[in-house]
Design a protein around this ligand. Structure first.
Ligand code: TRP
Length: 331
């Protein structure tokens, strides 16, 4: 295995889900922004991946891509340092995916725990598509096309990085050293719950968006789940399991211990607590909203970032594919 270079290359990808929420930020985006100064980053919109589950609903794909990229840039991704691009614009992903698909058995794909869980959740036991089952192979192509050393992902994506490593090793053993064997870089973050206490997810309708206005934030936080046993403001409450407190911990860390203390002592009612939290959140997200407004006013900047990112990604992808074809004796 080749040692990771001093400045590792990082490929990160996200499906285009539209405007991002606090969970997306803490779980991924915040980490991407932090990594910009110590590594070479490429940020990819995984629009082909979105088709694995949503091939019937393509109307929103373009808007969702754009809104997500605006959020990336507003959150501090600097497209000069870290190219941002759309997967489907760089066709080399498809070519490498096809070649990799020869190196993977179908039973290996069927054992992937994340895919298995999706199949179960979406009731696709009898109807899972070839493309859906094979999306981890496409992900391997995404990663190896750029010879990435690190892939920042959450726990659920680790099986895909494992498969990527197997494919890289197999390719190198069969055709010669072309690919580094990449590693997953797990993002450890305080998992923030959605407003109802379940996992924060667009499909569950329980999100706070990074782009929400202070009024939206206040209205949403008013509905957040709190300790059901705390009925009156003066009842002592339990902050563990309270959504409002989880947000305090994530976005108001310095004040959180005091909030917990007052809640437990029956000196802080939920209504007042929610008001305080909404104000803190709105203030923390103010610079983000401001940058977003700027980008919305200058859509060309977003176009430029994507165009420039695509060119840089394509240049790397082309070089890799030349090596791949040569190693595989393809013309
Ligand atoms: N599969 C990832 C997800 O669902 C998205 C993704 C596609 C990705 N290609 C990638 C993530 C490459 C990291 C690297 O979230």
């Amino acid at each position: 295995m080749t040692a990771a270079p001093a400045r590792p290359r990082i490929l990160s990808g996200m499906r285009p889900t539209g405007k991002l929420h606090l969970g997306n930020y803490l779980g991924a985006l915040q980490n991407w922004v932090a990594l910009q100064d110590t590594s070479d980053n490429l940020h990819m919109v995984a629009d082909w991946h979105a088709l694995t589950t949503d091939y019937e609903h393509v109307d929103q794909l373009e808007t969702n891509t754009r809104e997500m990229v605006i959020d990336w840039l507003a959150a501090g991704i600097d497209p000069e340092k870290s190219p941002v691009f759309i997967q489907s614009r760089v066709k080399e992903h498809a070519e490498l995916h096809l070649l990799f698909s020869m190196l993977v058995t179908t039973s290996r794909l069927e054992r992937n725990p994340t895919v298995k869980e999706q199949i179960r959740d979406l009731h696709l036991e009898e109807t899972v598509s070839y493309g859906h089952l094979g999306y981890p192979v496409l992900q391997a192509a995404d990663i190896l096309l750029y010879k990435a050393n690190l892939v920042p992902v959450g726990e659920d994506q680790v099986p895909h990085v494992e498969l990527t490593r197997e494919i890289a090793r197999k390719f190198n053993a069969l055709y010669g050293e072309v690919f580094p064997v990449p590693e997953a870089k797990l993002t450890h973050f305080p998992r923030v719950p959605g407003l109802d206490g379940r996992r924060m997810s667009k499909s569950l309708g329980n999100t706070v968006l990074l782009s929400d206005s202070p009024e939206d934030i206040a209205a949403k936080i008013r509905t957040a789940y709190t300790d059901p046993k705390k009925i009156r403001a003066t009842d002592p409450g339990n902050p563990d399991g309270c959504v409002v407190f989880a947000y305090h911990r994530a976005f108001n860390a310095a004040a959180a211990p005091r909030v917990a203390e007052l809640c437990r002592a029956g000196q802080l009612g939920c209504v007042a607590d929610k008001k305080d939290l909404a104000a803190v959140l709105a203030e923390q997200l103010a610079p983000f909203r401001e940058r977003r407004r700027e980008l919305e006013a200058h859509p060309k900047r977003v176009d430029e970032a994507l165009k420039h990112g695509e060119e840089r990604a394509r240049a790397i992808a082309r070089r890799t594919m030349e090596e791949v074809r040569e190693a595989m004796k393809l013309p």
